[in-house]
Design a protein around this ligand. Structure first.
Ligand SMILES: Nc1ncnc2c1ncn2[C@@H]1O[C@H](COP(=O)(O)OP(=O)(O)OP(=O)(O)O)[C@@H](O)[C@H]1O
Ligand SMILES: [Mg+2]
Length: 511
């Protein structure tokens, strides 16, 4: 239903306009007002779709009413058509339009023109209403988003401010933000953005921190990380306590500009626990070593004691020299056994330093295979080798590496002592990037899960008559070459030992 407000001081005019509009426009309500002030009031209350406004009125004329309507928030959107019988000059039209009127018509009113003007005004109003609604919707959306944003910013701020990780942002060589934990660790702002200028860095870690800083500024890695020790300057009553921190730096965009985000974590407790565990681990290994040595020596030693007793009795009875010689041989053999054990222990604790020479590791593998070939043939074990033709020469101790491979082949062969059917050992060597990888796989029973963490310990053995030193020696030699020795499962569900070593380009040991 279209609502039209007609404002005119003459009742007759209002009756004529009402009749005209009702006649010509279907579905239309006409509201009337006989003074400007009343017109303004009705416009505000009724919110008509169009206002027809007479210019000549006592008290408040049409121009003033129009200005008022157009300056008031509640009515400025309603189109106003001004009607006049007297002021027909173009200057009065201009004045009308300047006061904010949307159209200007002269009396006597031409019906067709009036309807046309009203329809145009209605169309404009409908379009403007639509625009206003969309604007209002947009405004409320923006308001909601702004609220959400500020909520999420607050949440984020709370998280960062209460984080147990120190967080700081460096921009244009300045620390532009740091959270309370960071302040707790490194002190309040302003602070130097240079890590190397942090006071109290543990002397052994200065180089590490310097490298970290250099990598950070040269941006070699987008993501740089280091850990280091330092003495916080905010000393406690008991003096400064050394702290371990882990620092990670990432490039980020902060307030539209490039910046570096530093995360710092206090890992003192973790390092302390790690240290304690290492000591505990060492003590456990030491215990196993001591038990191993004791076990190895006790058997021949009790043999010696028994033979000495027998010898004593023989002497008292003026015994047979042949028998005595036999017993002495037993004693000598038992004592040699003890000597061997002691020698192996000495070899293990003071191994000869590796003699690095430029060699192809495939040669050590070939030599170890040919040394063990007779034994393997006797035991009906098939040995297969798949060696990388592109293996480069690098600095290794070929004798020690041959010993490692030989030990691993011997272990593999011994594991298959009681297995029926076909027995296999496979040795492969590959060269990947700058690493040498050697696999020694067997078709034996494999290493049971529960002893996997013990087999590299010195003197750990599951065999009778063995010292259990083979794998610990292998482990040490591979470590001396900068590599690692690992155990996995082979393609036959047996054991697979993997040697992974960096290719050393000089005999000092640098990869
Ligand atoms: N290929 C393998 N398959 C199954 N078990 C293995 C294998 N290699 C090693 N082991 C297990 O690991 C233990 C330790 O091996 P290690 O070579 O250190 O000692 P050992 O062979 O028992 O004695 P030693 O090498 O001093 O003669 C072995 O006793 C065995 O239980
Ligand atoms: Mg062995």
């Amino acid at each position: 239903m279209t609502k039209i407000l007609a404002i005119d001081d003459k009742q007759d005019n209002l009756i004529v306009i009402s009749a005209l509009l009702k006649n010509l426009l279907s579905q239309c309500i006409v509201i009337t007002a006989q003074t400007g002030a009343l017109g303004i009031k009705k416009a505000e209350e009724e919110q008509p779709d169009v206002i027809l406004l007479d210019v000549r009125m006592p008290e408040m004329n049409g121009y003033d009413v129009c200005r008022h309507l157009k300056s008031s928030k509640g009515t400025r959107h309603i189109p106003v058509i001004m009607l006049t019988a007297v002021e027909k000059t173009s200057s009065s039209r201009v004045k009308g339009l300047e006061s904010g009127a949307d159209a200007f018509m002269t009396k006597p009113i031409d019906e067709t023109e009036l309807i046309a003007q009203v329809k145009v005004a209605l169309r404009i109003k409908a379009a403007e209403d639509q625009l206003r609604r969309e604007k209002a919707m947009l405004e409320s959306m923006v308001e909601e988003r702004t609220k959400e944003l500020s909520k999420s910013e607050n949440r984020f701020r709370t998280l960062v401010e209460n984080s147990l990780t120190g967080i700081s942002i460096i921009q244009d060589k300045r620390v532009v933000y740091q959270n309370p934990e960071q302040e707790n660790l490194f002190g309040p702002l302003p602070r130097t953005p240079k890590f190397i200028d942090i006071k109290g860095i543990y002397p052994d870690d200065v180089q590490k921190v310097e490298d970290f800083h250099n990598r950070l500024i040269s941006r070699k890695g987008r993501n740089v990380e280091t850990d280091f020790r330092f003495y916080p300057q905010k000393g406690s009553d008991t003096g400064p306590k050394m702290k371990w921190v882990l620092c990670r730096a990432n490039s980020i965009e902060f307030q539209g500009k490039e910046a570096v985000l530093i995360n710092t974590m206090d890992i003192t407790r973790t390092k302390e626990l790690e240290h304690m565990l290492r000591i505990q681990d060492k003590m456990t290994s030491l215990g196993r070593v001591a038990t191993g040595i004791a076990h190895e020596i006790r058997n021949p030693l009790s043999g010696i004691n028994i033979y000495l007793n027998t010898l004593e009795k023989l002497f008292q009875r003026g015994g047979d020299p042949e028998k005595i010689r036999g017993i002495l041989e037993h004693i000598q053999s038992a004592s040699r056994k003890i000597e061997t054990v002691i020698k192996r222990v000495m070899d293990f604790s003071r191994p000869s330093a590796p003699q690095f020479v430029l060699k192809n590791i495939n040669k050590s593998i070939e030599d170890a295979i040919s040394l063990s070939s007779v034994t393997l043939r006797k035991r009906r074990i098939k040995i297969q080798k798949v060696l990388d033709d592109n293996m480069p020469e690098c600095y290794i101790d070929p004798q020690l590496m041959e010993q490692v491979i030989l030990n691993l082949i011997t272990n593999a062969a011994e594991s298959m002592k009681d297995t029926e059917g076909e027995n296999n050992i496979e040795i492969t060597s590959t060269f990947e990037k700058d690493h040498i990888i050697v696999h020694i796989s067997d078709s034996g029973p494999g290493v049971p899960e529960e002893i996997r963490d013990k087999i590299f310990d010195p003197f750990y053995t599951t065999k009778t008559g063995s010292t259990g030193i083979g794998l610990s020696l292998c482990h040490r030699v591979v470590a001396d070459h900068g590599g690692v020795l690992e155990l996995t499962t082979s393609q036959w569900a047996g054991a697979r030992f993997i040697i992974r070593m960096p290719v050393r380009k000089d005999h000092q040991g640098d990869a």
